[in-house]
Every structure is written in C-alpha cells, then in structure tokens.
Design a protein around this ligand. Structure first.
Ligand SMILES: Nc1nc2c(ncn2[C@@H]2O[C@H](COP(=O)(O)OP(=O)(O)OP(=O)(O)O)[C@@H](O)[C@H]2O)c(=O)[nH]1
Ligand SMILES: [Mg+2]
Length: 423
C-alpha cells in the first residue's frame, strides 16, 4: 500500500535548537516555517520543543535529559512523527528513533516529502526521486527499523516501501538510470531554449522564496490561471507563457519552484534541469514578500540558491510584492531604503504597469545602434532584414540600386543573428 493513500493527518512534534548563531527569535521564526512545512506535508503540529545549546549533541542532537522528556511528551500527546529543524546525520537519526520510539524526520526529509507530494509531471517526479534516493543512500548502512516504515505518512512517500528495502546497489542503479533520464530532459529543455533564442524571444524568469507570490504575479502578467495558494512549494514544474509588451514586442515569462532557507542540496542538484530555465533567462525578477518579517533573511536564502545554480550574473530586478499588506509607514521605509524599488501587489493588481515598463526598458537597455547594408538579391540577407524588423527598431530604411541600408536599434544579444557574416 502506498503511503499517499493514508488520508488522516499525522500528529507532529517539532524540535529545534537555539544556538549561538541562531538566536531565540531567529529560532522561533525557523520553527514557524517548519510548522508551515509540516502542514504542507499533511501533519498537524501538536508540540514544539526548543532547546538552548551551544551546539547539537553528536549522538542524540538534544541533550540526554531533553530526549527523555521528549519521549515522554510524545507518548502523552500521541505524536506520530518528530520533525527536527536541522539535517540529522544517519547515526543521530537512528539513535534518536531508538530513544524516542516514534518516527523521526529531519528538515531535509520533510522538504523532500513535500516535493514528492507536489510533483505532477514526469520531469518533476524524476527529479524528486533522484533527490530522495541520494538522501537515502548514505542512510542505508545497517539501518533496520528506519527503513521498514510501513506506517505511512511523512518520510515514506515517493520511492515507496518496496524500493526503500532494496539494497544499496539497486538504489545506485536506479540513481544512475534516473540521472540519465534527467539528462535527456535537460537536453530537451536546452533544445527548446535554443529554439527560443533562435526565434529571439527574450525570457524573464520569476524566482523567489516559496509563497512570495510568484505564481500570482505570473498569472497577472500572462493572464493565466496557474494554481496559486497559501501553502509552501505549490509550484514545482516550470511554466512558460508569452507576454506582449506595450511596445508590442514579445517575451516569455517563466514561473518555477520556490526557494527556502537551507534548501536541501540534493534537491537543488536534482532540479538542475528545471533551474536552468533561470540561469538561462535574459532577466530574473526576484519576487519578494515585502510583508514577511524576516524579509532580508529570505532574500539572502534566494541569492544563495541563485548562486548555487549559477544564475547570479543574469540581470535581476527586485520586486517587492504584497505591498497591500504593508502599512503606509512600512511602505515609506521600503521606498527610502531603495528608491528604485519596484513595489507591487500582484493580488490587488497594483504597480503592474510600472513593473512591465521596467522589464521592457531593462530588456531594451541593452541595444546597439547599427548601420547595416544588405544585398536584396541574397536570400540570407532578406531573412536578416526580416529579423531586424521583427526584433529591432528600425530608424532608417534606404533602398539603393542593389543594396538596402538600414539603421536600427538591435538588442545586443541578437547581434549575431542580424549582422551579415564578414564577406
Ligand atoms: N496580500 C497579498 N497576498 C498575495 C499577493 N500576491 C500573492 N499573495 C498570496 O500569497 C500566497 C502565495 O502565492 P503564490 O503565488 O502561490 O506564491 P508562490 O511564490 O508561487 O509560491 P510557491 O509556488 O508555493 O513557491 C497566496 O495565498 C496568494 O494569494 C499580494 O500582492 N498581496
Ligand atoms: Mg508558485
């Protein structure tokens, strides 16, 4: 039986640490976020435990006394699963499971579980399974109880129990096969992008922390109706749609998976095919939940993922969304902090025209004025003339006896598509 068929929600306990670097309110925020993740994975939080410790205990994460208390509270509160706000080592996981006597899941596994629930397309499913198996592999050594989790719920979704019980070699084989399938997907995506480049349509990628409002903005920009919801990681698979700018040029906008603080590395690596949509874009719109109390931390987390996928050198505009949820004071402070900030509300359709203007000029900024001479008898030249008209702004068009001279503003990235090769 597949775990996903279990309809009842699990009862979860959350465990976090207040360490030297992560102070109390930081830890509370992190626990709130963990509660959101638990909810997205189908669990109700019935208990929260925060311990102050300079660093985790190497074998049980929490101190020995705290672990005993945790075990007692868990049985009293009928807890089904204990979620740790950190990644646990395989040894810690086993030790804690033994001492507490319930299923133990760490933050990474929880996020993987949500991704497994949300993955709809073949590409998404492949990527999630790869990430799960990579997470699982080092945890297989000598693991007994941890692997035969037949109860269902968090940590058992995805590859499924039968696959969880196969040996490491079969998992390696599966990882290999998945990697090859994903490589095929990646090639196909890259071919599609290449075709778009050939057609010279610029692409704009929406990125941002999960729940920032990317899909809502995507829908507003593209007049589409993709699913937006107040839950974490609703979007997994990239969506690409066409948008017409006021100057009648076209561009493609893509919406994709959201980021989160400490996004498991295995996931980022597995989602490379998806995330290449971002690193290959002409412009990245970083959608920010302006009303989030820990806005800066989230922005940093997004920048770190962008760095990891090699997208830091793509031109970027920061878009402060959810302006409707700000007080007049907060709004003023934001404008003062960054006078050029784009402040919008995707929900209330505020500031969208300004945003589109900014995108258009950002994409147009990078134009070069060219004077081109073409031979009207040459087929390839006639095609180039058509491309200049399609993608540039023609300032002068002069027909002479056997040549055509055109002065036009052309986006720099398309220069090689419109200029004749040296004769
Ligand atoms: N108040 C307010 N809420 C907004 C705004 N834009 C989006 N939201 C809400 O924020 C929540 C998340 O929106 P989504 O568009 O699904 O966010 P996302 O960034 O695509 O999230 P994931 O795909 O889950 O990573 C939804 O409940 C939206 O209604 C806004 O401008 N103002
Ligand atoms: Mg979304």
């Amino acid at each position: 039986m597949r775990a996903a068929q279990v309809a009842t929600r699990e009862r979860a306990a959350l465990v976090g640490l207040v360490t030297g670097t992560l102070r109390r309110h930081g830890a509370e925020r992190s626990m709130d976020e963990l509660a959101g993740l638990a909810d997205a994975a189908g669990a109700d939080v019935v208990l929260r435990v925060l311990q102050e410790r300079p660093k985790p205990d190497p074998s049980t994460f929490l101190g020995a006394g705290k672990i005993k208390l945790l075990a007692a509270s868990c049985s009293e509160m009928h807890v089904d699963v204990v979620v740790f706000d950190n990644e646990l080592s395989p040894a810690q996981l086993r030790q804690i499971e033994e001492e507490v006597g319930t299923k133990i899941v760490d933050r990474t596994q929880l996020i993987l579980d949500i991704f497994a629930r949300r993955a709809k397309t073949r590409e998404g499913k492949l990527q999630v399974e790869l990430a799960q198996l990579k997470y699982l592999l080092p945890r297989l050594v000598g693991a007994g109880a941890a692997l035969s989790r037949l109860g269902g719920g968090i940590g058992t979704r995805g590859p499924g129990e039968t696959k969880l019980e196969v040996d490491r070699r079969r998992i390696r084989t599966r990882i290999h096969a998945l990697s090859e399938d994903i490589e095929q997907v990646r090639k196909r995506r890259s071919q599609l992008r290449e075709r778009r480049h050939k057609a010279s349509v610029p692409t704009v990628a929406l990125v941002g922390y999960t729940n920032a409002g990317k899909t809502t903005l995507f829908n507003v920009l593209t007049h589409a109706d993709a699913v937006a919801s107040n839950a974490l990681f609703v979007t997994l698979d990239p969506l690409v749609r066409q948008v017409r700018l006021p100057d009648s040029r076209e561009l493609l906008v893509s919406d994709t998976v959201g980021f989160i603080d400490r996004l498991p590395h295995a996931l980022v690596a597995a989602f490379r095919a998806t995330l290449e949509e971002v690193s290959d874009a002409d412009l990245v719109l970083h959608v920010i939940d302006a009303a989030a109390p820990d806005r800066e931390r989230r922005m940093d987390a997004v920048r770190r993922v962008l760095e990891e996928v090699g997208a830091l050198d793509v031109p970027m505009l920061e878009v402060y969304n959810k302006a409707d949820a700000l007080t007049a004071d907060e709004r003023r402070r934001l404008q003062e902090q960054d006078p050029s900030a784009l402040v919008i509300s995707a929900l209330a359709h505020e500031g969208i025209d300004d945003l589109v203007e900014a995108v258009a000029s950002r994409l147009a900024l990078d134009v070069v004025r060219l004077t081109l001479t073409f031979d009207p008898a040459d087929g390839a030249d006639r095609e180039r003339i058509a491309r200049v008209y399609r993608h540039g702004r023609v300032v002068v068009h002069e027909e002479r006896d056997n040549s055509i001279q055109i002065v036009a503003d052309v986006p720099r990235r398309l220069l090689d598509r419109v200029t004749p090769p040296p004769r």
